[in-house]
Design a protein around this ligand. Structure first.
Ligand SMILES: *Cc1c(COP(=O)(O)O)cnc(C)c1O
Length: 244
């Protein structure tokens, strides 16, 4: 099997600067402040040495889509919940039997998408005496292979989260469909923003949809123009992944 190329600190620093410049330009086009946008480096499939190199290059937010990988990397570079200096974002689909690990090691969860998972997370977070900030994941592209709630189900789902005092619902998250031209997915980002803007908080006053987690390597500039506050960037920062 071919080895995945691992970039060193200067190479990551250079890519980081280039991504940050593109984020700033997208913000300027949209009349937004770059301070509103958090760059999450997605380190999935890369060794922990890449996380450490990115930390040295100045990155402070990291994302993983598998719990075991997040736990292993957070053991080396702990997140804030464990007294560290970085923030770990669990961005991938979550099984209920991994809820305990997420509560113990992840700072934020981007993939809340069903009530039974919310119940389990609530119980675990209460036991750990912490509040877990969560994004609700929405399937805006309509692709059957994607996780996330159907757009029509999002507002009822937010209402139903009212009893869960240890989950702080901070925003909505999505993955747009893969597209050659990122302009093609602009309506999907716009839909996510509209779902957040049209939620009636009287049904659950604890919900504050302040954030939108949307935009990846191929489409983050369009996502920012449409209001993204958290962009999740892997390959543009760390190079191509060798995935099955
Ligand atoms: C892998 C992944 C990303 C990053 O994808 P790139 O195209 O490499 O930037 C973002 N979000 C989620 C949920 C992912 O699984």
């Amino acid at each position: 099997m071919a080895e995945q190329q691992v970039l060193d600190v200067p190479a990551i620093r250079e890519r980081l600067a280039w991504i940050q410049e593109r984020i700033e330009r997208a913000c300027r086009r949209a009349g937004r402040s770059p301070d509103e946008v958090t760059l999450i480096g997605v380190t999935k499939t890369f060794p922990v040495a890449v996380v450490q190199a990115a930390y040295e290059a100045g990155l402070r937010h990291f994302g993983e889509n598998r719990v075991q990988e997040l736990v292993a990397k957070a053991a080396v570079l702990p997140g804030r919940i464990e007294g560290g200096e970085v923030t770990w974002h669990m961005i991938g689909h979550l099984q209920r039997n991994k809820a305990r690990d997420v509560v113990a090691h992840a700072d934020w969860l981007h993939s809340l998408d069903n009530l039974r998972l919310a119940e389990t997370l609530e119980r675990r977070a209460a036991m750990a005496d912490r509040v877990l900030p969560c994004f609700v994941e929405v399937n805006v592209s309509g692709e059957p292979t994607k996780f996330g709630l159907e757009p029509d189900a999002v507002h009822d789902f937010l209402d139903a989260l009212a009893p869960f005092e240890h989950l702080e619902i901070v925003g909505l998250m999505t993955l747009a469909a893969p597209a050659e031209d990122p302009e093609a997915v602009r309506p999907q980002f716009r839909l996510l923003r509209r779902l957040a803007e049209t939620y009636d908080r009287r049904n659950n006053p604890r919900v504050q949809l302040r954030y939108l987690s949307m935009g990846m390597s191929g489409d983050f500039e369009v996502a920012i123009e449409e209001g993204a506050t958290h962009v999740r960037i892997g390959s543009a920062l760390f190079g191509p992944r060798l995935e099955p």
